[in-house]
Write a protein that binds this ligand. Structure first.
Ligand SMILES: *Cc1c(COP(=O)(O)O)cnc(C)c1O
Length: 376
């Protein structure tokens, strides 16, 4: 069986996990967390990088950080993971969905402005498959209408838009280190990056249960106290230790994934030329991290048949998000602004192929040949 996904594991993690196990303490913000923070601050060039227990927590922190209030509206695509919406719904916000572009499956930046109202507080672009949204347009809109931009860069580590890392273009960026992402902190994990200097101090407070403990640990104050709302948004050291092992291999993992992606892309070109499938499109101003390789079948029936065909040949594939506006909770918490021209139709055609660190050339050839066999 060729799995759809395997968690990234390089072997380099073991030594750090052992070190964490043998150290006298394993609570948050220890040595490995600090190493990771430094690595991200350097790699991304952001004002502040803070590990969190998941991208879901990062998004929840972001909603607190920009002070989302009941009745505020948050604009995002419907083609995304439930946490993108729920983080804001938890604060009483209404979600306003905007259609995606069929080429990237990212929010259609040309349709955002029409969805902005007096109550709009933020735009949440989701960089699907690690391919950047059209951030210049989105940031211009945000400036014009005085909105925050929170990037859901869960899938976007090591990707860039116009040479800048995803997650660093908006006010706040949220990343995931779940098993299924390019890098993991041992199953679950996340990162919040703050690009707006004005939000840095409060981000540390929210993450430390609403106290100024971070300031205290730096020696800036002589006792710490309760100063704001907050929660426990920091992971333990085991997670940071696993992640630290992966970060040493960040380029190796990225390079190998990109090779796999390119192999699929080159070999499936013929099928695209024959008009049988559509392959992903990456805008010229984006460098992606090969988080997902997908293709689009003619329609949902053809996709189901293809999934079955591959399953019979021991190849696991997966479709992806069922648009959130069609989910039961959407009636209470969300609305779709404008027409759903592409969100539903394109999501029903999309199938993701196995993509993980360690996937071999032969395995990919087997998958590609099975796809050709299906279309023969
Ligand atoms: C994976 C993912 C999340 C959630 O990440 P967790 O770390 O599992 O909480 C959120 N948004 C998007 C777009 C994702 O792909």
């Amino acid at each position: 069986m060729i799995e759809f996904n395997r968690k990234p594991y390089t072997g380099n993690e073991d030594q750090y996990i052992l070190e964490a196990l043998q150290s006298p303490k394993m609570s948050g913000d220890g040595t490995f967390t600090k190493h990771c923070h430094q690595w991200f601050q350097q790699q991304l060039g952001c004002a502040k990088a803070l590990l969190t227990p998941s991208c879901t927590h990062s998004l929840e922190m972001a909603a607190l950080l920009i002070n989302v209030q009941p009745g505020d509206e948050i604009i995002m695509p419907s083609y995304t993971f439930v946490s993108t919406a729920n983080a804001f719904v938890l604060r009483g916000a209404k979600i306003v969905f905007v259609d995606v572009r069929p080429d990237t499956m990212n929010i259609d930046e040309q349709r955002i402005e029409a969805a902005i109202t007096e109550r709009t507080k933020a735009i949440v672009p989701v960089h699907y498959a690690g391919v950047g949204c059209e951030m210049d347009t989105i940031m211009e809109l945000a400036e014009k209408h005085d909105l925050f931009v929170i990037e859901d860069a869960a899938q976007g580590m090591m990707s860039t838009y116009k040479g800048k890392p995803l997650g660093t273009l908006g006010h706040i960026g949220c990343f995931s280190f779940h098993d299924t992402k390019n890098y993991t902190s041992g199953g679950e994990g996340g990162l919040l990056i703050v690009n707006d200097e004005n939000l840095v101090e409060r981000a540390e407070i929210l993450r430390e249960k609403g106290t100024n403990r971070s300031k205290f640990l730096r020696g800036a104050i002589d006792k710490y106290t309760w100063v704001d709302v907050g929660s426990s948004f920091l992971p333990g050291e085991l997670q940071a230790a696993y992640l630290w092992g992966q970060l040493q291999q960040a380029d190796t993992i990225n390079k190998q994934r990109r090779q796999s992606w390119q192999h699929y892309y080159d070999r499936l070109q013929d099928l695209q030329q024959q008009g049988r499938v559509e392959l992903p499109q990456v805008p010229d101003n984006c460098v992606h991290n090969a988080h997902i390789f997908y293709l689009k079948a003619a329609d949902i029936d053809e996709r189901s048949a293809l999934i079955e065909h591959l399953k019979a040949r021991d190849i696991a594939t997966a479709f992806h998000y069922i648009p959130l506006h069609s989910a039961p909770s959407a009636h209470t918490h969300a609305r779709f602004h404008g027409d759903d021209r592409f969100t539903t139709q394109e999501s029903e055609r999309l199938i993701r192929l196995p993509m993980w660190y360690g996937l071999s050339h032969d395995q990919r050839e087997h998958i590609i040949n099975a796809i050709y066999e299906f279309y023969a």
